[in-house]
Write a protein of this length. Structure first.
Ligand code: NDP
Length: 331
């Protein structure tokens, strides 16, 4: 029987959560139609949370985390996929309730599988990963809500992170002017390089005193931070502006008022990558392989790790110690 390596998060007899590389057998894989030889995975904030003690994300142990994977089909009982097809999977229960991408092999339901778009390698797909897909969903949502480059600045929070970096670069490449918000004072050059024309500190967008309505500044927002920051962004959106909200690194409670909604007609647009319907999924991945593919960014923001160093990387992402996107090479 063929064996493969995987990072396994488990609970020991003392109730402590452990992370270690183990050798698994194909029989350890969950049920599914498509077995995939995983070439690359990636590290997202959610992966850090899934591997952390007391996690609300991991739905049980032992668990192979990794909410993203890309590789080739090893075997398939579903006629849509054949051996050798290049595919990717993100979201659904992958890496939270179903063994995920931090393994040389994975098995998933066929409905979760996305065909790798033309013009994209498995490595590039994982530089994007869930973070890039979420940034792409956010950008597409701004477009759908009618936000165009001539309407003014788009603010991007958590700008050195995965979703933020990708959004800055994509918006810049589409001709939008981008204001990047970061808590990392050393990353200003990096942010300018990837397309920010203005850089703000976290304090700039989280003032001690916030008014129900502030100066109308942003035509749009891409916000993976949430919390008080989002409340400030909402109070400073331009008339009919749209905030695409995907995350919570700055908190879950958003102390806002109705004023920006009823006086400026702003839109609060929720972004979900996990259960995004497959048609939209394929559309956004195709955009990521074409006009949203900023090749220089992919090269600039990617760093690579392996299963052996992954445990430390999963701690690092929770402490904002990973800039850009770190991918996991499995082949
Ligand atoms: P990263 O860790 O790569 O980036 C998060 C960034 O947020 C950090 O780099 C930092 O940027 C900023 N940040 C961290 N802590 C704080 C804080 N206390 N206050 C303000 N800013 C902070 O994570 P991802 O980009 O992968 O994910 C970002 C968020 O989006 C997470 O909450 C994640 O769960 C969520 N998400 C949601 C998805 C969905 O489907 N809705 C999909 C993907 C992610 P800086 O140092 O530049 O300020």
């Amino acid at each position: 029987m063929s064996t493969f390596k995987a990072l396994v998060v488990d609970k020991n007899e003392q109730g402590e959560v452990t992370k270690e590389v183990r050798t698994l057998e194909e029989g350890d894989l969950p049920e599914g139609d498509v077995t995939i030889d995983v070439h690359y995975s990636s590290i997202n904030y959610k992966d850090g949370m899934a591997a952390a003690p007391g996690s609300q994300i991991a739905q049980g142990y032992p668990l192979v985390p990794g909410i993203d994977l890309a590789g080739t089909v090893a075997s398939s009982s579903d006629s849509r996929y054949q051996q050798g097809d290049e595919v990717l999977v993100t979201g659904y229960e992958l890496g939270v309730a179903h063994h995920g991408g931090y393994a040389e092999k994975a098995r998933v339901p066929a409905d979760w599988v996305v065909r790798l778009p033309e013009g994209m390698t498995p490595r590039e797909a994982m530089i994007f990963g869930t973070a890039g897909f979420t940034a792409g969903l956010s950008v597409v949502r701004l477009e759908e809500e009618g936000v165009t480059p001539d309407q003014g600045e788009i603010v991007v929070t958590g700008a050195t992170g995965g979703v933020g970096s990708m959004a800055v670069a994509m918006l810049h490449s589409l001709g939008y002017e981008v204001a990047a918000v970061t808590g990392n004072a050393e990353a200003h050059d990096y942010l300018r390089d990837i397309g920010a024309s203005r850089i703000l500190s976290r304090e700039d967008v989280n003032p001690d005193k916030r008014k129900p309505l502030g100066k109308a500044t942003w035509a749009g927002a891409v916000d993976p931070v949430g919390g008080e920051t989002l409340a400030y962004l909402l109070s400073t959106m331009k008339y009919h502006g749209t905030a695409a909200v995907s995350g919570l690194t700055g908190g879950t409670d958003v102390p806002t008022t109705v004023h920006p909604f009823i006086l400026r007609g702003i839109n609060l647009a929720g972004i979900d990558s996990v259960y995004c319907p497959s048609e939209k999924r394929q559309y956004v991945w195709n955009r990521l392989a074409s006009d949203l593919k900023v090749q220089s960014l992919l090269d600039a923001i990617a760093s690579e790790t392996t299963l052996d160093h992954l445990a430390e990387d999963l701690d690092a992402i929770l402490e904002s110690r990973i800039q850009g996107r770190r991918i996991v090479a499995l082949k």
